[in-house]
Ligand binder design. Sequence first.
Ligand SMILES: Cc1ncc(COP(=O)(O)O)c(C=O)c1O
Length: 364
Amino acid sequence: MDHIPVARPAIGQDEISAVTAVLESGMLASGDRVAEFEKKFADFCGTTHAVAINNGTAALHAALLAADIGQGDEVIVPAFTFVATATAVAMCGAKPVFADVDEQTFNILPSQVEELVTPKTKAVIGVHLFGQPFDVQAVQECCESHGLKFIEDAAQAHGALYKGQKVGGFGHFGCFSFYATKNMITGEGGMVTTSEKAYNERLRLIINHGQSEKYLHTRLGYNYRMTDIGAALGIVQLKKLEKFNQRRRKNAEFYNANLSVKGLVTPTTVQGVSHVYHQYVVRLTGEFPMNRTEFMEYLKTKGIGSAVHYPIPLHRQPLFGLKNDPDPCPVSTRLAGTVLSLPVHPMLDQKQLNYICDTINRVK
Ligand SMILES: Cc1ncc(COP(=O)(O)O)c(C=O)c1O
């Protein structure tokens, strides 16, 4: 069996043709393809606007700036997520405040968010981690009751549903990434969704040098624009996204039904959501016959890729220099030591899925 990577982009002739057409057109920067991609992505998410951007971190940064987050402000984020959720806050000069997560779903605990609100809190970023929507209603209610901005980090959850509606359309802003391993890709890339006209206008200034007319700069801005090359890829990938997500769900369901080793806990899906399995994340308990490093090494010798998302919770990152005694986010710390992501991408075939399950079920 050839090596099975933990992530693999699904690129076909359609994507190659779309990118080639842009290259041949001579218009490589932000142009018609970007405008088309923005329109299609907004329609897909059910928002009025979508602003294409050059990566998911820039999407979060631009959304926070458009929400007027700055020096002296606090923004509540989960402790168990990719670092960009919190660094985007720091990039605004504000302070990320870490909330613990639920052990079963890996997602932010609304009760923790409520406890962490102070007079300095200006926003909450909830992350739909690994493709499963967090408890949107509870976080949204908390934001409304305290007058906070609500931002969805949907970098891992394109097309996921919460109570039948696409994520990215609930918050003041939805932030997406199209990095090469995501459910849909543009190589590097991102999108901010919003249904407020003023935010849309502000975002467009922020991502383009604060330029309101050619060479007239009315606020501090950045060069965060997407290229037409990326947008051409994104348009094709968006068309295929539902099919990709269905395959991811089918692969996950196969694992759920067929993985059976003591001490390996398969992921929990909550009621009322549609999970898009950006990652298929299992937890290893003390009953599992190997430690995580040994297990990853065993999988590697059998040609199966795996990865740890994420080995260090954000409140323990040296970058944030926090004192963590006693640990304010013990669940995040425990998860960081016990989670493991298995291949779930849409390029897997049945033979590979059978092989992965058989190989894991043989662990003693
Ligand atoms: C939850 C989360 N937020 C933000 C990002 C940042 O996206 P990007 O890598 O496109 O900057 C990522 C992507 O890796 C992510 O997984």
